[in-house]
Structure formats: C-alpha cells, structure tokens
Design a protein around this ligand. Structure first.
Ligand SMILES: O=C(O)[C@H](O)[C@H](O)COP(=O)(O)O
Ligand SMILES: [Mg+2]
Length: 293
C-alpha cells in the first residue's frame, strides 16, 4: 500500500490510468453533501480526456436519478457511465435467471430497485407501496405470483415488508432470495448507519437461509459488464473507493489497481492494521487531493 503524498506522486497516479471507476457514497458525496473539492478534481480528470465510470452499491436510486444527482452537484456524467447494484440485479434476473414474465418480484428496498427491474420488463410489488404500512393482525394473503424477493438499502424498512418477504420466501416454492449488495454500513450526514447487508439480516436469520446472489461490489458482475461494454485495458484502469470489503476487494479480485480514500467508511488505522487482509494499491485522504493546487 502506497500513500500518494507529493504532487509528483499524485500526478504520476493520474497519468498512469486512462479509466477511472468511482464508488459514490463516501468518495464523491456523503448522503446529500458533496465532499469538498470533488467537483474540481473530477473536472481535471475530464479535461485530461480520462474515461470515468460510476460504480455504486447504492440501490435506492435508479441510474437516471443518480445522473440527476451527479449533474445537480455539477459533476459531468452520462447515463451509460453509471452502474449500480439495482441495475446489476435487474441484469441478473433478466439475463442469468431468465425471470419468467408471469412472475413478479417483492422488494424490500426503494424506487431504484423498482425502476431498474421495471425497465427490464420485470413486474414488482412492495418497495414504496409498503413504505407506510402498519402491520396489524390481518394475515398476509398468498401471492403465488411472487417468484423472487430482492432486498436492498431501505430507508423506509418496516415490519410489514419483513413479514411479507419472509412469508413469500417460506410459502412460494422456488421463490428466489437476492440482495442488491452486502454493505453492512454506509456513511451519511457525518454518521455511519446500517446498509443493505444489515437490512437483510432479519430475513437471513428468521429463515436461516443465505441469499442465492449478492450483486454489488465485490461481486464481479459490474466490472465484467464495464470491461465487456468498453473493452478497457485492466492495466490502465483503477477503482477508487472508500470501503475495503466492497470497492477495494472488487478491484483486487478484478485484477485492477485500487485507490482507497479516507472520506467514507475506512479509517487509516483499519487499513494499516496488520489484521486487514484487503489492501489497496494506493491510498489518499480524499479524492479531492488529486486536484492540482
Ligand atoms: O447499501 C448501502 O449500504 C449503501 O447504498 C452503499 O454502501 C453505498 O454504496 P457505494 O456508493 O458506497 O457503493
Ligand atoms: Mg462507498
């Protein structure tokens, strides 16, 4: 692991790569707050003709909504550069599982999962429809059409959603169980709060069943898609992230170099600890430190 300290080291880093894969939460922003200096650093990469891709495990928004978030922050982006765990989940259901049209997906999660699945022609229920449901003594009616339960980060999670997900997975033969990503926590508003992986734990525990697939980083689905679509050279590609067990592991498993930033989940102590087995190639306090003076 090498810290990028001097101006020369940082310039050398930028010149070494053509393709920059960016994690979002904890690297570019924290919730609704852009991390200071990110806009300028991103502009400089664009001005050098670098290829930029956004690779987020956050499944709460669709790629269109992420595009608006980036543009509202003044960060130049286009839809084809954005990859999210909700998008990867929709692709998995469509292209790997060949999810049948007569079935539908129950979602413990938000509109990002609904929108990306619907965009692939996959019918959904749950998500924001149950956001304000109050669980009472009414039994949950059978719904044999539910052929999968997908769980992602859900800021409106409640008992009704958990009871429905549990019931469909228990009652419907062959009902698939999928997570958009496994992040246990994520950074927002200066705090660290439970992430998608923690949202799913009550169902995993109650059913004593692991999901068949967890699509976000470090799973290689999104990296394979990006490499296939853009024919990138691994040696000219770098992953920039804030989380060791998703972003850095994703790059390491994919055979590309990695830069860990300390503006999100990972602390310098955790990263340098002898017990840490997931080592980035480089590290730097913030992505914005790559901007010239
Ligand atoms: O599910 C979560 O915990 C968050 O959405 C996830 O941590 C944020 O994703 P990132 O942009 O850091 O990949
Ligand atoms: Mg992150």
């Amino acid at each position: 692991m090498k810290e990028l300290v001097t101006r020369e080291e940082r310039k050398e880093f930028i010149d070494k790569f053509d393709n920059f894969l960016f994690d979002c939460d904890g690297v570019l922003w924290e919730g609704t707050k852009l991390i200071p200096g990110v806009e300028k650093a991103m502009e400089e990469l664009r001005s050098k003709g670098k290829n930029i891709y956004f690779v987020t495990n956050n499944s709460t928004k669709s790629r269109k909504s992420f595009l608006k978030k980036l543009q509202d922050f003044g960060i130049q982006a286009s839809l084809h550069e954005i990859f999210s765990s909700a998008f990867a989940t929709a692709a998995y259901l469509k292209q790997v599982v060949h999810f049948p049209p007569e079935k539908k997906v129950y979602i413990v999660g938000m509109e990002g999962i609904r929108d990306e699945l619907n965009a692939e022609g996959i019918r959904t229920c749950g998500a924001e429809e149950d956001a304000h449901a109050v669980f009472d003594s009414e039994p949950i009616p059978d719904d044999p059409e539910v052929g999968a339960v997908v769980i992602g980060l859900d800021l409106h999670v409640n008992y009704t959603k958990y009871a429905k997900a549990f019931t469909y997975l228990k009652r419907n033969p062959g009902c698939r169980f999928i997570l958009t990503n496994g992040d246990t926590t994520f950074p927002t508003h200066g705090m660290i709060v439970p992430g998608a992986g923690s949202i799913a734990m009550p169902i995993i525990k109650a059913l004593n069943r692991e999901p068949e697939a967890v699509l976000g980083k470090p799973a290689q689905n999104m990296l394979e898609t990006i490499f296939a679509e853009y024919d990138l050279q691994p040696c000219k590609t770098v992953m920039i992230g804030d989380r060791l067990d998703t972003d850095i592991d994703f790059g390491n498993q994919g055979g590309i170099e990695t830069l860990c930033v300390l503006t999100g989940i990972t602390t310098k102590e955790e990263m340098l600890s002898p017990t840490n087995k997931i080592k980035p190639t480089y590290y730097i306090p913030s992505f914005s430190d790559l901007a010239s003076e």
